[in-house]
Design a protein around this ligand. Sequence first.
Ligand code: DNO
Length: 358
Amino acid sequence: MKMTFRWYGSKSDAVTLKQIKQIPGMSGVMGLLDYKAAGEVWEEDEIRAYVEEVHAAGLACEVIESVNVHEDIKMGLPSRDQYIENYRITIRNLAKFGVKVIVYNFMPVFDWLRTDLARLIPEDGSNSLYFDEQELGSMGPMDIVRKTAADSNGFTLPGWEPERLAELETTLKQYEGMTADQLRENYQYFLDGVIPTCEECDVKMACHPDDPAWPIFGLPRIAHSQSDFDKIVTLHDSPCNTVCLCTGSLGSNPENDIPATIRHFGEMNRIGCLHVRNVKHLGYRKFREASHLSSEGDLDMYAIMKAVFDACPDTYIRPDHGRMIWDEVGRPGYGLYDRALGATYLNGLWEAIEKSAR
Ligand code: DNO
């Protein structure tokens, strides 16, 4: 298992590479160029600059996240061919700098979504990301976009690019009437376009689950359960067509059995990487993000790490969203302290699992 940390680059992350390097057991980052709009080519020069900076800090950069898929691809518009071609160029460019896994998602319009980015946890005075479907019911898509932007402490959030969201109303209309099967057909067209390039370059595409793990605002969503991912991995059958197994996204639905899903796709060699975090269910379609410790949420982190150990021990992992603790002000979900504690805890579980298996 290679423990990594998401890093937004020196211009947009309050967390430094030096801090990341000082977290025990940290082998690298899961990187991104957060200023790139969906559909744009990631140029060699900008990838080189990012990767060299990471390497200079003594860290690896083998996983890149949020190479976002243009809406025209998801909608199946004629312009998709150009965007797919751009995506292929990006894959080749990333591969030149040692990238092995690309994390993306196929959620229409919205990436992850929360109704509160800083919900107070009364027990200890920290705060974390929170979702309540009922609260969402009273908000329209534009309201949630405005609220998310206003609450993000001035940081950009992954998947919430301002240019894309500016056209939100038009985009939402274009999706009206699209079924899950139609979205899946468009997804297959995309995979047929990019997976052969991945095979040439030895890069894996890793699909991030829908977060939360159900459809929102009536938009089709096709990646929020084990059976959804069973369909996805067969849309284009290749070892390069993999899952980014995000425990917290899938875990937002208590019906998803996360350790079983890890074993299932791990044994098929279809896990590209994992995002590991805990969630606390508070009612129907209502949850908040918890610290990583099993007893503070509803996921069994020991069972999760044990499944990784048994089914895909060489994979990349990162602690996912943390709470905001110790008065840190940062990008919601992506502060330093709680994620560093999470990494340390996951490393501890790993050591115990490894030693007891000997
Ligand atoms: C949320 C992240 C996601 C993820 C993208 C990948 O915090 O885990 O934004 O990176 O869905 O495209």
